[in-house]
Write a protein that binds this ligand. Structure first.
Ligand SMILES: [Zn+2]
Length: 178
C-alpha cells in the first residue's frame, strides 16, 4: 500500500468523524487502503463526549482476510468480535476522567481482497480534562498487530501519533481537554 493513496482516505474519514456521529459509517472507508500491521484509531471529542472509531486489518486480528470458511475461523471471528464489543476494556481512559462507555459496535467486514474489523464506540466523560492519556491493551490482546495510527481532535486541539507495539500508553493531551 502506498502512502500517497492512504493519507487522503484517512483524512476524509477523519473529517467526517470530526463533524458528527453520522460520519461513523461513512462510505469513504475502503478496506483496500489498509496496511497490514497498521490499525487506525480516530477519536473526536466534543466536551464530555468522546467518539472512537477503530479500523484493524483482518490479518492483524484473526490472521486472515476473507469470510470465515470453517469452524476454527468462525470461532476466531466470534472471539475477536466479543473482545472488540468491549473496546473500553482495550483502550482505557483514566478512572478520574469518570467515563462511561455506550454505543459499542463491532463488525467484521469483507471485501474482495481484504477484510477488516470496524469498531465504533462512545465514551461520556464527566471530567474530560482528565482524559489526557489512554492505556492501550490492544497489542497484548491482538498479538499480530504492530502499530496503531491515532488521530485525535478535541477541546485542546489536534494530534496524530503512531503507537507502536511496545507502547502501553498514549498521550492525548494535545487533543483532549476540559
Ligand atoms: Zn488486507
Amino acid at each position: 500500500m502506498n502512502i500517497s493513496v492512504k493519507i487522503p482516505v484517512l483524512l476524509a474519514a477523519f473529517s467526517v468523524l470530526a463533524f458528527g456521529p453520522t460520519g461513523l459509517h461513512a462510505s469513504e472507508r475502503n478496506l483496500d487502503a489498509h496496511e497490514h500491521g497498521v490499525s487506525t484509531l480516530r477519536l473526536a471529542q466534543e466536551d464530555k463526549i468522546l467518539q472512537f472509531e477503530l479500523e484493524a486489518p483482518g490479518e492483524d486480528i484473526v490472521g486472515f482476510e476473507h469470510a470465515a470458511e470453517n469452524d476454527q475461523q468462525k470461532l476466531a471471528v466470534e472471539n475477536a468480535l466479543s473482545q472488540l464489543q468491549k473496546p473500553e476494556a482495550i483502550f482505557i481512559l483514566p478512572d478520574d476522567a469518570e467515563c462511561t462507555a455506550s454505543d459499542q459496535h463491532a463488525e467484521f467486514e469483507t471485501e474482495e481482497d481484504h477484510a477488516g474489523f470496524h469498531v465504533t464506540w462512545t465514551m461520556t466523560c464527566e471530567e474530560p480534562v482528565n482524559a489526557t492519556s489512554m492505556e492501550v491493551r490492544f497489542f497484548s490482546i491482538f498479538q499480530r498487530a504492530e502499530e496503531i495510527e491515532v488521530e485525535a481532535i478535541g477541546n485542546a486541539g489536534q494530534a496524530a501519533m503512531e503507537v507502536e507495539k511496545d507502547q502501553t500508553n498514549v498521550d492525548l493531551s494535545q487533543a483532549i481537554g476540559g
